[in-house]
Write a protein that binds this ligand. Sequence first.
Ligand SMILES: NC(=O)C1=CN([C@@H]2O[C@H](COP(=O)(O)OP(=O)(O)OC[C@H]3O[C@@H](n4cnc5c(N)ncnc54)[C@H](O)[C@@H]3O)[C@@H](O)[C@H]2O)C=CC1
Ligand SMILES: O=C(O)[C@H]1O[C@H](OP(=O)(O)OP(=O)(O)OC[C@H]2O[C@@H](n3ccc(=O)[nH]c3=O)[C@H](O)[C@@H]2O)[C@H](O)[C@@H](O)[C@@H]1O
Length: 453
Amino acid sequence: MKIGIMGTGYVGLVHGAVLSSYGFPVTCMDVDAAKIERLADGISPIYEPGLDELLASGLRDGTLSFTTNAKQAIQSSDVIFIAVGTPAKEDGSANLSYVQEVVQSIGKYANDYKVVVCKSTMPVGTNRGIARYLDGVLKARNAPFRIDVASNPEFLRQGKAVGDSRHPSRIVIGTENEEAKLRLQSLYDVHIRQDVPFLYTNPETAEMIKYASNSFLAVKISFVNELALLSEKVGANIQDIAAGMGLDDRISLHFLQAGPGYGGSCFPKDTQALIDVGRKNGEELYVVRAAIAANEKQKLKMVHKINDVLSFNGTLKGKTIAVWGLSFKPETDDIRSAPSYDIISGLLGRGAAVKAYCPQGMKQAERLWTDLNGSVAYCENEADCAQNADAIVLMTEWEQFRENSWDTIVKSMRGNAFFDLRNMFAGHAHVRRLFDYYPIGSNELAYALEEAQ
Ligand SMILES: NC(=O)C1=CN([C@@H]2O[C@H](COP(=O)(O)OP(=O)(O)OC[C@H]3O[C@@H](n4cnc5c(N)ncnc54)[C@H](O)[C@@H]3O)[C@@H](O)[C@H]2O)C=CC1
Ligand SMILES: O=C(O)[C@H]1O[C@H](OP(=O)(O)OP(=O)(O)OC[C@H]2O[C@@H](n3ccc(=O)[nH]c3=O)[C@H](O)[C@@H]2O)[C@H](O)[C@@H](O)[C@@H]1O
């Protein structure tokens, strides 16, 4: 079975590389010629652990190829995955223009039976719309073949994309077409043998499962973040609260880490898109709306918290703040909708000078956050970033931040405040002693009481 992947971003590229490692011939197509040129040379445009090795072996074995030619990718494939972006429009609804481009190309160039599989996250009704459109085009062309459509949403996490793609939590197949289902089953045979749960639904349900999953996780994070803010005021400790809640397996420990707010290319846009679907169907989604509002509040509160400690006369003029981590989470170079952007903007707005270091996110930050260029000084490493700063703000929990010579760092600084927005060092006695340490979701009083016990 020959596979075509339309769109070689975090999802398309990883999915294509993993399928090629199972021996399927995979053609990855993208409109971005520079990206395709680099990929054909074995250079990944994104940072994703394990991906470089898969690219190298796929190219070496000849199972993986790259093209900008949509016609060639479509005609040479039996199964075509759509993995282009579906970003948010101004009004929060999903921008389906990239999906439309691909679907139009498939309608134009398909030369025999194909199964089109929608991996991109698409609002409910999109798969059925695509099927209807393709039917109409083939009829108008008098084509002697069919095209079937299936929704097969993706649940991988960035930073763990290769592992998640190899060992998915579940595979959802949303189609009413038996041939499409059979082709996907044989494509995912390796997962059937791994006992990965398969869920067969209609397209609408599959589409909703994807939005429901992301929105539920966003709700969970916003819930714990609001309780973190409250805990700081009442002397409770959010990490212990999360542990106490999470021991109930109906709640589970996952996604109860308080932080500066969720970010990334999916939670912010998918929550908005679900609300839009609700609005269009006369159902107000109050819970999801509240999660979004709480997330915006969380980012703002981080700025207030730093300001309350460091400011003189209400401003941060004359203060230098070292921001560690820009990417929306560790192990990725992705800075899309990262809370770091809003928090840095808030600090700059209050007059602070900001230095920043991120193991993988700085290139993207310089390229995409052009409004911050000139205001943020990007540094070589975290120690360099902390030099002469009044405070460190740990924004993203990169593992490498654990390996620092803390005595040297604190000596090189002008002040010694440490805002740990991920509670990475909450249990690190040395760091807590050296710095004026501000964790998230607990206050010093609570720790003092704990230590006295
Ligand atoms: N990033 C993630 O972790 C996950 C993303 N998703 C969903 O998967 C979809 C893709 O997301 P990402 O991979 O992050 O997007 P991305 O933005 O990294 O990549 C999208 C790619 O599509 C290409 N493209 C645009 N128009 C095209 C066209 N007409 N033909 C061929 N290629 C075209 C772009 O040049 C780009 O390389 C989105 O719907 C997203 O919501 C789902 C699960 C996880
Ligand atoms: O649709 C998508 O794109 C993907 O979105 C998320 O994956 P991802 O965005 O890569 O990252 P997550 O690990 O879910 O983290 C999202 C954000 O929530 C934050 N987060 C996560 C967990 C937590 O306990 N606390 C917390 O603040 C992270 O720091 C990050 O900013 C989902 O976890 C994936 O299942 C889904 O496929």
